[in-house]
Design a binder for this molecule. Sequence first.
Ligand code: WTA
Length: 663
Amino acid sequence: MSEKSSDRSSVAETEAEIRYYGQKLNELRSRALEDPEGFWAEVAENLTWFKRWDKILEWNPPFARWFVGGVLNASYNALDVNLKRGLKNKVAIFWEGEEGITRTITYYQLWREVNKFANVLKKLGVKKGDRVSIYLPMIPELPIAMLACARIGALHSVVFSGFSASALADRINDAEAKVLITADGLYRRGKVIPLKKSADEALGMSKSVEKVVVVKRIGLEDTPMKEGRDYWWDDLMKEAEPYCPPEPVEATDPLFILYTSGTTGKPKGVVHSTGGYLVWVWATLKWAFNPTPDDIWWCTADIGWITGHSYIVYGPLLHGLTQIMYDGAPDYPAPDRWWELVEKYGVTIFYTAPTAIRMHMKFGEKWAKKHDLSSLRILGTVGEPINPEAWRWYHEVIGGGRCPIIDTWWQTETGGFMISPAAIDLVPLKAGSATFPLPGVHAEVVDEDGNPVKPFERGYLVLLAPWPGMLMTLWRDPERYRDVYWSKFQPNESLEFKIKPPAIYYTGDYAMKDEEGYFWLMGRADDVIKVAGHRIGTAELESAFVSHPAVAEAAVIGKPDPIKGESIVAFLILKSGYEPSDELRDELRMHIRKTIGPVATPEAIFFVSSLPKTRSGKIMRRLLKAVVSGSKLGDVTTLEDASSIEEAKRAVEMLRKAMGEKS
Ligand code: WTA
């Protein structure tokens, strides 16, 4: 990397550098704006199309159809194309299990497995357009199952294996999945978790699933298998035909559904298209990380989240990269497990989350120092704002001061990176800023009325134009799609934008721009919490709490946490007949783990007798947040019953005291 990649201080040094983008990106950006047909056609040529599109974009706000008339297949692009260009024997995946076993899978082998499993799915009755739920740990069968769905034009709906049975059931039911793919169990920090048992529990709550395929990850003796419904993966694969022709799929047909949290209790089924999504993932990976054929890519995310979909499964395979896939905890058996893998495989591009970086900071640099990390050339982060201290540690201790940090801002809904430094043309980096929007992205920071804010003023991050990777809709809920993303800001003549958008996409994030136009992301503006980078809705948590017989009302907030970014704090009103106690607190904690999953384990639970609400009955979480973090309360004029704030404060004080006494 050139000297450009180093961490320069916040002020650009020369006049020439004070511009919105690096020159090359600037050109791409103007082309994307002025000649979208030409620009996107050129980008889309990097994929293989069975039939070229007739029209780049059909935009009926808020519904966009990209590459209309184009026909392609995602698995063909991720696999067959690589075989054709001489990568047959290239390693696609170096896989490591937590317990120390390894698997090496070439592009040819991956292609074979995907073809066979596609035939398995067909035999199980899966057809184009059907939904397949996948509930697997980070084993190669997970991308194989996803690509097999893509091969036959079925939609995959991957559910994070850390989610509970009832979270899985909700997602299966909403998608009306016909088949579920799961495993007997998984390892986490040396412990075995019997995944099939959760899957069975979920299946007890759903009707749509006809067949279940079970991967033997552990070899658990007592895995329950239901005759006629459940099949072992290996048994089915033994009999499968080796080749499955890729189904021609319209660019505007959905590729997958991925559920994510929003501001209501019901998870949203984000639907991504085939053509636009793949073009976006291809392009953003190229721009932001500029990978070469020799790179060893490692994205540490779980495929259960969008980051894994886009930058473990589709992006790296479209680019024919070799990557690491690790099924285990970053600190097991010791805190240097990741660094050991970086050294072992000579990882060159490493992409992780700020929460992981902060965890490693806490372990101390001695663990990284034990290993030769000199192969690394680019680092990346995603999932939440990275604090400058963690940025610097990452840059110095992991990157040896050589590697640029590609801080990628994006969302499940955007499909791929939106605001991010671009390795093809780096601008001077600033610790904690995602720098500028990528080509084709028109981001602005606006006030409550939708007008651009001044530099350094916090506002809402909005997107002013459709982009190929955008979600198509929410699964079977176009009204909610319109409501959640496109209704907060109405375009009108008085808005002071450079372009006049017919519709404005609301990201739900706070952001600001500095005097040079760099974007600084400042966390969620809505009721979504980011716990260790995982997206969890407060409403989802609240409805999980009130589903317990003891709880009458619940308010949940995110509290700043030095490692996890945010942690979950709950204020609960108990039903009469129930008394606050430590036992009840533990029981409720378990209840949440069971209803949502261990990622949602609350850090603190406060029992209160009232909650601060507006006159219209909305819980003022902002106030609870202020109380918990000890900051100013701000405007309380809309508060119905001021005593509830005093009470919340008292409850917090009591708990703080109690926690202090315990420790
Ligand atoms: C947050 C993850 C600051 C943001 C890809 C966004 C970030 C939400 C960054 C989406 C970043 C993601 N800097 N904040 N680089 N990346 N976020 O859907 O609040 O799990 O709205 O997608 O994560 O979370 P999601």
